[in-house]
Design a binder for this molecule. Structure first.
Ligand code: SIN
Length: 279
């Protein structure tokens, strides 16, 4: 038996549902298997978890160091937890486009644990995409073209003061003056956990290939994005209160759908420190 302490049910496209584990209390043997499943599937989904703020933080600490988000509003009293909130009267949502978090950092975050507190009666799903499967489906010619290419990523145009996203989000994002990060990463990385080759560019934060202009880069980047968002590499998660998704930023993209106008959606997100990534 590959997994003896947890039940793993892979989802089409990317990810796996995990059952047979209470995330507020589990033994080290289960933790070893959860880490193995995380490396294998890129995003893990859990239903019916009872996690108050302290238990959510304790869960994250069993995995690694918590990365305190610079831009999100924290849950009152818990700086470790970012509030991902859309009120009924607000029109823009957080994360409403394909992206991977923190690619603008020199050492991008490992991933995030997003826990559903309040969800709309319909809508508000999150899409996930499999960046390793997308790489593996490229032609040998395209893979050869991408080998050795590096791309420039930035936070400035998204979280900086003059960005339209920051303006739309007024009140829910802050600290625009801290949007000073730029980083250069290989376009194809060797995933630090799985060892699989993985595409590491995303529409939100990637600006251009190193040594190329943005105009020169855009056709090839757009072609990669169109390929990566193909339906067969994606999974659409329908949330319920108590659902937790834990994604790996180095293996997946995600996209929060904004199709529940007039309803409230509240999620708690804890992000974990990662490390340098390399080809
Ligand atoms: C995010 O991009 O972190 C938010 C995802 C979501 O709310 O589903």
């Amino acid at each position: 038996m590959e997994y003896q302490n947890i039940v793993v049910a892979p989802t089409p496209g990317v990810g796996a549902f995990i059952s047979g584990v209470d995330l507020s209390e589990f033994d080290d043997a289960s933790l070893i298997e959860l880490k193995k499943a995380f490396a294998e599937y890129g995003v893990l989904f859990f239903r019916d978890q009872q996690l108050d703020e302290s238990k959510h933080i304790a869960l994250a600490r069993r995995w690694g160091e918590i990365n305190i988000n610079r831009f999100f509003t924290p849950v009152p009293g818990y700086p470790e937890i970012a509030q991902v909130l859309k009120e009924p009267e607000q029109t823009a949502n957080i994360g409403g486009g394909w992206h991977t978090d923190h690619s603008y950092d020199q050492e991008p975050a490992l991933g995030s644990m997003l826990y559903a507190k309040e969800v709309p009666p319909a809508g508000g799903d999150t899409l996930f995409a499999n960046c390793a499967a997308a790489y593996e489906a490229l032609s040998p010619g395209m893979r050869a073209t991408l080998a050795g290419l590096r791309a420039v990523h930035s936070s400035r145009h998204v979280f900086g003061e003059s960005s339209s996203y920051s303006n739309e989000m007024s009140g829910r994002l802050g600290n625009a003056e801290a949007a000073t990060q730029d980083a250069v990463h290989p376009v194809v990385i060797k995933h630090p956990l799985s060892g699989r080759k993985t595409l590491y560019v995303n529409p939100a934060f990637t600006l251009h290939f190193e040594g190329w202009t943005a105009v020169e880069s855009m056709p090839l980047l757009q072609q990669l994005y169109n390929h990566m968002m193909r339906a067969e590499f994606t999974y659409r998660l329908q949330w319920a209160p108590g659902t937790l998704a834990f994604w790996d930023n180095r293996a997946t993209w995600h996209y929060a759908l904004n199709d529940y106008q007039g309803e409230r959606r509240l999620m708690h997100r804890i992000t974990l420190d990662g490390g340098r990534i390399a080809a």
